[in-house]
Design a protein around this ligand. Structure first.
Ligand SMILES: [Cu+2]
Length: 317
């Protein structure tokens, strides 16, 4: 095996071992605190926003070296310096304005898949401003991503995110513990310092080295799980950003009471143990657990979870 494999198979392939390690040291505690804050933001942030009948979002395209878990870093193309980009939350029927501030010398754009307008607005042309509006007519969970060519490289390098279009009458099953999961892929092998260089050939071959939730290997390991309460409905807003692989989402010990295809309540499936989400698609997963404990969520394709597409939801009373 290559050097990277010996060192970083711990990062991805043997993630379960990593998950079982006990937190130690201030750094780990700080990381845990940050994860908890991020989770708190995920749980409380979107719902806390007041809704007018129009929403405006300004994102900044920027290069940034980001941490992708297990001590690894990656020179990402980002929205707002984050991978994934920020979650945009709107209500069905609202007029949504998207502005992209591109401070790089490269072409970037943004296609929000909730938008039903000419793709010329999404740009990806370094000489053109990105500034467009659309009516969020269809509820659901939508991918957004860079529209600059090659789109493959821009998405694989981190330019993707989620827009939630909340149904005008709210979610049919009412309030829930809400969280967001965005699956993505990183292509390239880390050097001995853990720095991952983007590998275009691997992107073309659809062979990522790492498959992650919310931008990092082991983002939701046993030392920083997603915390939920038993007996209360959980609603996961899910996007598979790809750019290449289908994700078959499953939580061990759970049968989803409802899955909304594309996150649209009009397309509901009931009592589903796992559900496949293609690159660029979204879904809503709803479930309730009664038994406290750690529930492992994953992309059920074995190679995908081996490469990092798994995490822990911890249920307590
Ligand atoms: Cu881009």
């Amino acid at each position: 095996m290559a050097n990277y494999s010996r060192k970083y198979s711990t990062a991805a392939g043997s993630i379960e071992t990593v998950m079982r390690r006990r937190p130690q040291g201030a750094r780990r505690i700080a990381r845990r605190a940050a994860a908890a804050l991020a989770l708190a933001g995920m749980l409380a942030g979107p719902m806390a926003a007041a809704h007018a009948d129009s929403r405006s979002f300004t994102l900044t395209a920027a290069r940034k070296r980001v941490a992708i878990g297990a001590g690894m870093t990656y020179d990402a193309w980002t929205y707002d310096g984050e991978v994934p980009g920020p979650v945009m939350h709107v209500k069905q029927g609202e007029e949504v304005t998207i502005h992209l501030d591109n401070r790089t010398s490269e072409a970037h754009g943004i296609e929000v898949m909730a938008a039903q307008i000419s793709p010329r607005h999404f740009s990806g042309d370094p000489t053109a401003a990105v500034d467009y509006s659309f009516k969020a007519g269809v509820p659901g969970v939508f991918d957004y991503h860079c529209s600059a060519i090659p789109v493959l490289d821009h998405v694989a390098s981190g330019m993707y995110g989620m827009m939630i279009v909340e149904p005008s009458k709210g979610w049919p099953d009412g309030p829930a513990q809400e969280l967001t999961l965005i699956q993505g892929e990183f292509y390239g092998k880390p050097n001995d310092k853990g720095f991952v260089t983007a590998d275009h050939e691997a992107m073309l071959a659809a062979q990522p080295s790492f498959i992650v939730f919310n931008g990092a290997v082991s983002r939701f390991g046993a030392s920083n799980p997603i915390e939920i309460k038993t007996g209360k409905l959980v609603r996961i807003f899910f996007v598979n950003a790809g750019p290449n692989l289908v994700s078959t989402f499953h939580i061990s010990g759970v049968i989803f009471s409802t899955v909304y295809q594309s996150g649209n309540p009009a397309d509901a499936l009931r009592d589903v143990p796992s559900f496949s989400v293609a690159p660029g698609q979204g879904a809503v997963f709803e479930f309730t657990v009664s038994d406290p404990g750690d529930y492992r969520f994953s992309d059920t394709a074995g190679a995908h979870s081996y490469k990092g597409a798994l995490g822990i939801i911890r249920a307590s009373q």
